[in-house]
Design a binder for this molecule. Structure first.
Ligand SMILES: [Zn+2]
Ligand SMILES: [Zn+2]
Length: 211
């Protein structure tokens, strides 16, 4: 399995591309918005012979969904997300406008992901973990066989997601992190929605919010 990472839009969201040897790929949180960002994404996809099959949103804050339409329309990718994302998707053009960003009204997901669901890529299990608290509809993706976690805006290197936005809940976020993420193997590499990579073990030892 191959992993690529790009950062996009004024919020510097991390967009991850997870690809099989044969090129089939999932795009986690496509954030590309400007023509230059779309080109950077397309160049990476074509340069590596990838075919985006699915868009997976860890949650539906606009920074994580700005590029959904580009990936869907350019590559025919399906859209997968938790049902809790739908109210955010419905209001996303309005939310984007607050930041001076233009966005078309998105469609609803093709597939709704739920807690405990197991997806498969290249024969490897990818577990869906429902982790609310930062935003309703938040999920993390865990690949046990590769010790990898895609954490969205739930857990960051040295920090945790903000909880002052719509549907944010500090206690619920801490519960999600403790019950779903900190129980994973400490060697698990964590790829967050913003900022640098970390590990579960490093955050257990040093994250000031988790003492
Ligand atoms: Zn967010
Ligand atoms: Zn974010």
């Amino acid at each position: 399995m191959r992993l690529f990472q790009l950062s996009f839009n004024p919020f510097q969201v991390n967009t991850y591309i997870l690809a099989c040897a044969d090129g089939d790929a999932w795009v986690i949180d496509p954030g590309m918005h400007t023509d230059m960002e779309k080109k950077a994404f397309d160049d990476l996809i074509r340069g590596n012979g990838l075919q985006p099959r699915a868009i997976i949103n860890t949650h539906a804050h606009i920074d994580h969904i700005l590029g959904n339409q580009h990936v869907r329309e350019t590559y025919g990718a399906q859209h997968w997300a938790h049902t809790g994302c739908i109210p955010f998707l419905d209001r996303s053009p309005e939310h984007a406008a607050i930041f001076g960003l233009e966005m078309e009204q998105p469609e609803h997901p093709d597939l709704l992901l739920d807690d405990g669901e197991v997806l498969h890529m290249e024969g490897r299990a990818v577990h869906v973990l429902y982790t609310p608290g930062h935003a309703e509809g938040s999920i993390c993706l865990h690949i046990p066989s590769m010790h990898m976690l895609f954490a969205g805006d739930v857990l960051f290197n040295g920090s945790i997601g903000r909880t002052d936005l719509l549907t944010g809940d500090y206690e619920l976020l801490l519960h999600s992190i403790r019950s779903k993420l900190l129980v994973l193997d400490p060697d698990t590499r964590v790829f967050s929605g913003h900022g640098p990579e970390t590990t579960i073990g490093f955050e257990l030892q040093s994250n000031p919010y988790l003492r």
